[in-house]
Design a protein around this ligand. Structure first.
Ligand code: ADP
Ligand code: MG
Length: 359
């Protein structure tokens, strides 16, 4: 954000409205000196004054923050960029940049020789066998595999919902086996965001309340919660859905709301299990674009389980699972989504001998 540009824009708008600095200060309930500091770019208005100031100067929030009028035809592009800057400021971009430091700090998730055996009375199933990989900050990694190949089991262990039989999982450098049962819920809230196929949202709360809940739990200041939610909702085109209950909106909208909730708290890692599984193709594409946008604009790190090649083609690395093991890894270099899609199909065919993957 260019504070000086914003300052002169505020000054110009104030004059256009025929107000003196002290009249504007009066209306905002602040000192003349504060207004003068804004206008010379020495400080920014307090968050709580953004909306009243916009009303007084007859500008939009996006215009205030970009320090310029935004022509209608540029509205979306400009406002997205501005919102991104605002949200990253609020959600702590510094923290992301810090995390992106040395190579080791760049690793959000590290699995070493992970094994999971399910034991029932007379059978034992080796659901995940000797899986090792790591995920660096800002990447979008897919896990593919036929039904029963161990994808959900693997994701649940990373999600700290289930414990591994053997091996170690580190999230943000912390071995999750060392987190006590009592502290697990807090650990999840601090480090992880979830987008699952179902059961994403609490049915007794509105969409707004669902997102707010996640932010409240993370102890965001009350004043900023509303703004964060409205800005995200605008970006994800779910503003009109905020006051509704989950069952009152479409599956696609519900998933985008779940996405908003997942990203709002700025988790280190977003885990998604078949997030497009219950969606029609249009909503599925929208959801995948949203995830790509999260990665690009918010530096989000995403691990997504999917069994369909189209969803996987949005990722930048894909791990192929079969019988609980990772059998192949595909990196998307500079190639287009279409070319990557073709590569994925090829690996799927090679691994499965044609039949066992669902397309
Ligand atoms: P995917 O998500 O790839 O379809 P899962 O992780 O759900 O695969 O399952 C992997 C294997 O583990 C399957 O053989 C499944 O039957 C078995 N499995 C999964 N959950 C349990 C459980 N709670 N108890 C026993 N076996 C399980
Ligand atoms: Mg599954």
């Amino acid at each position: 954000m260019d504070q000086i540009k914003i300052g002169s824009f505020i000054a110009a708008r104030r004059k256009a409205k025929g107000l003196t600095q002290s009249q504007l200060a009066d209306k905002c309930g602040i000192t003349d000196k504060a207004v003068s500091k804004w206008e010379t770019g020495k400080s920014m208005p307090d968050l709580s004054l953004f909306m009243p100031l916009c009303d007084l100067l007859e500008i939009t929030l996006n215009e205030l923050l970009s320090g310029d009028f935004i022509a209608d035809e540029n509205l979306k592009e400009q406002s997205n960029q501005v919102l991104f800057e605002v949200i990253t400021t609020w959600l702590g971009k510094d923290q992301w940049e810090l995390r992106a430091g040395s190579d080791n700090e760049n690793i959000v998730l590290k699995l070493q020789n992970i094994k999971k055996i399910y034991k029932t009375e007379n059978t034992s199933t080796l659901a995940v066998n000797n899986v090792s990989f790591q995920v660096s900050k800002g990447s979008f990694v897919g896990i593919m595999g036929a039904s029963g190949s161990g994808k959900t089991t693997l994701l649940n262990m990373i999600a700290t919902i289930d414990r591994a039989t053997d091996g170690t999982i580190e999230i943000d450098g912390q071995n999750i086996a060392e987190v006590s049962e009592n502290d697990l819920a807090a650990f999840r809230r601090k480090h992880l965001g979830f987008i699952f196929q179902e059961y994403n949202l609490l049915d007794t709360l509105t969409i707004y309340e669902n997102i707010a809940l996640a932010l409240t739990v993370k102890q965001f200041p009350k004043e900023s919660i509303k703004q964060i939610i409205y800005d995200l909702a605008e970006k994800l085109e779910i503003t009109h859905a905020l006051s509704k209950f989950p069952y009152e909106v479409s599956g696609g909208q519900r998933q985008r709301c779940a996405c908003a909730r997942a990203i709002a708290v700025n988790p280190s890692l977003i885990l998604a299990d078949e997030p497009t599984g219950a969606l029609d193709s249009h909503s599925a594409r929208q959801l995948l674009e949203t995830l790509v946008m999260f990665r690009r604009d918010y530096g989000a790190t995403i691990l997504m389980v999917t069994h369909d090649a189209l969803s996987a083609s949005y990722c930048d690395r894909i791990l192929f699972m079969q019988d609980g093991e990772i059998k192949a890894v595909l990196e998307r270099e500079q190639e287009s989504k279409q070319a990557f899609f073709a590569d994925i199909l090829e690996v799927m065919a090679r691994l499965a001998g044609g039949g066992s993957y669902v397309l």
